[in-house]
Design a protein around this ligand. Structure first.
Ligand code: MSP
Length: 527
């Protein structure tokens, strides 16, 4: 048997500073869809997620709740795992930065950098944003406040260790140049070059003495390792790098795709590859930076009362509809918007009208005209048959292109391209008239083509909406696994054998009362 190719996907590790909302969930939902897609294509896909549990921010939140930091992060880790279970996230490992397997290696990496001279001791004076755990220079501030979160910064001075970023700036630019797939989409790379590298990369302060909830520097334990150096290394410590058993590291590194939100692009596109170069390791093949899901009044925040938690949508509208909305909502080049109106509209139009009705009508017609048995192929009989085949295959190829570029929203758009063409095909071929005219040959052809094109839709939907895809296969009687494989898409006219649709179609999605549901979501958001 042919060896399956490794494909390593990571999400950022999340700060457990509060409940995850639909925006934070986005990165993980996208990584999960990518993993399922790669599994479908036969890769040995491996996905990592986890929690970033150190740092002053977490310590403060824990204390505010009257808890020891460790107790607090333990509870949050359980909560995070519960959410990912509810969302059916198919991860392989969940790393926590407070785990021994991680901390030990962070200390070793720090020691190593001290030995090579990449880390040196100095003094840091600057403006510090506590929630972001980041020092800024005066010029980096926006209106005198933190450029990332907009909160107050305060002057701080401390003895600290620094990482020699300057030394690697040229090497990083060369790396960008020679690895065009390293950053997707491409414009994020230009941003890094123009905003941070060209103006001159500063050495990075990589230790703190103002608090101690972190990994201690082994040779100088009054210092703790800066959370970002601690956190970024999770992607390799989870694979057993520098441990007694590093077979996962040998197998999966360099990562195939690391998915991160735009706010943490700088850490991943600049510091992370530099740390790896300094360790003599290869940077990941691709880092994909996505935009944000925004609300009409800006960022989601508890104080604005505009937060949407995934459970609200999942419990009422189902997991697949929730995932569909999230993945569809974020275009490549700008932020996406969540509004209750838009959510209900997408549900009713894309899911109920376009997809649900197509499957339902097809099952209904095959029952009505054929007692449920899908007719066999005997060459194209309608003028439109060839076009439906062509569009189905083209959209599938375009889907592959979009997935290669990690453009999930556009990839879904390609699937909906097939769905729209199928609906138009029904209107053009008017099966009810063919039935009345007893034009059996043409009617056979219409039903057969619909089943094949919907089969393409279901196969392509599997990574995004697994339950919906399964229901389509079941309703069409395509229950054998051979109909569901990636390779089954090589041939439009795959031999289906004797296939029988279910007797009574089940609606995939039930149409929502628009006004009532908009009201419902708005009310729930206030809670
Ligand atoms: N702990 C760091 C990551 C360290 S990785 C070595 C962190 N954590 S986070 O919890 O703040 O963010 C987790 C992910 O959620 C990030 O990719 C972030 O961009 C993403 N999002 C947070 N809010 C978001 C939206 N509103 N929309 C889309 N993604 C969002 O950063």
């Amino acid at each position: 048997m042919q060896e399956r190719k490794p494909f390593y996907i990571t999400t950022p590790i999340y700060y457990p500073s509060g409940k995850f909302h639909i925006g934070t969930a986005y990165t993980t939902v996208a990584a999960d869809a990518l993993k399922r897609y790669k599994l479908l294509q036969g890769y040995d896909a491996y996905m990592l997620t986890g929690l970033d549990e150190h740092g002053q921010k977490i310590e403060t939140v824990a204390r505010e709740k009257g808890k020891e930091p460790q107790q607090y992060v333990d509870e949050m880790a359980d909560e995070a795992k519960r959410l990912w279970k509810t969302m059916d996230i198919n991860y392989d490992d969940f790393i926590r930065t407070t785990e021994e397997r991680h901390m030990k290696v962070v200390q070793e990496i720090f020691d190593y950098f001290m030995d090579t001279g990449d880390i040196y001791k100095g003094e840091y004076e600057g403006l510090y944003c506590t929630p972001c755990e980041t020092f800024f220079t005066e010029t980096q501030l926006v209106d005198g406040k933190c450029p990332d979160c907009g909160r107050e910064v305060k002057p701080m001075k401390e003895e600290a260790y620094f990482f020699n970023m300057k030394k690697y700036a040229k090497k990083l630019l060369e790396y960008y140049d020679s690895h065009p797939d390293f950053v997707k989409p491409d414009y994020r790379k230009t941003e890094m070059i123009n905003n941070f590298i060209k103006p001159g990369l500063e050495d990075l302060c990589v230790s703190r003495t103002s608090f101690d909830w972190g990994v201690k520097v082994r040779k100088d334990p009054k210092h703790v390792v800066y959370v970002w150096l601690d956190a970024l290394t999770n992607y390799i410590t989870a694979l057993g790098y520098k441990s007694d058993d590093d077979h996962l590291f040998q197998k999966y590194w360099p990562a195939s795709v690391q998915i991160v939100g735009k706010d943490i692009a700088r850490f991943h596109l600049i510091y992370w590859p530099i740390f790896l170069m300094a360790l003599g390791l290869e940077p990941p093949k691709t880092i994909m930076v996505h935009n944000w899901i925004m609300m009409k009044d800006g960022k989601m925040s508890k104080s604005k009362g505009n937060v949407v938690y995934p459970e609200l949508l999942i419990n009422r509208y189902g997991l697949d509809a929730t995932k569909y909305f999230l993945l569809k909502a974020l275009p490549v080049s700008q932020d996406g918007l969540f509004t209750p109106e838009e959510f209900v509209e997408r549900f009713n139009i894309d899911l109920c009208n376009d997809l649900g009705n197509l499957v339902n009508r097809t099952v209904g017609m095959i029952n009505k005209y054929y007692g449920g048995n899908v007719p066999k192929y005997n060459s194209d009989k309608n003028e439109q048959d060839k076009d439906l085949e062509k569009v189905t295959i083209n959209q599938k190829n375009e889907f592959v292109n979009k997935m290669n570029e990690l453009q999930f929203s556009n990839a879904l758009g390609e699937i909906w391209g097939i769905i729209s063409r199928c609906n138009k095909y029904i209107d053009e071929t008017t099966p009810w008239i063919l039935a009345k005219e007893e034009n059996k040959e043409k009617l056979d052809s219409v039903m057969y083509h619909l089943v094949q094109s919907i089969r393409f839709v279901a196969v392509l939907l599997q990574p995004f909406m697994p339950e919906t895809a399964e229901s389509i296969f079941e309703q069409l009687g395509l229950t054998k696994s051979e109909y569901k494989t990636w390779n089954s898409l090589d041939e439009y006219h795959m031999e289906l054998g004797n296939v029988t649709v279910i007797e009574v179609g089940k609606p995939l999605f039930v149409r929502l009362d628009k006004d009532a549901e908009i009201e419902y979501i708005k009310d729930e958001m206030k809670k």
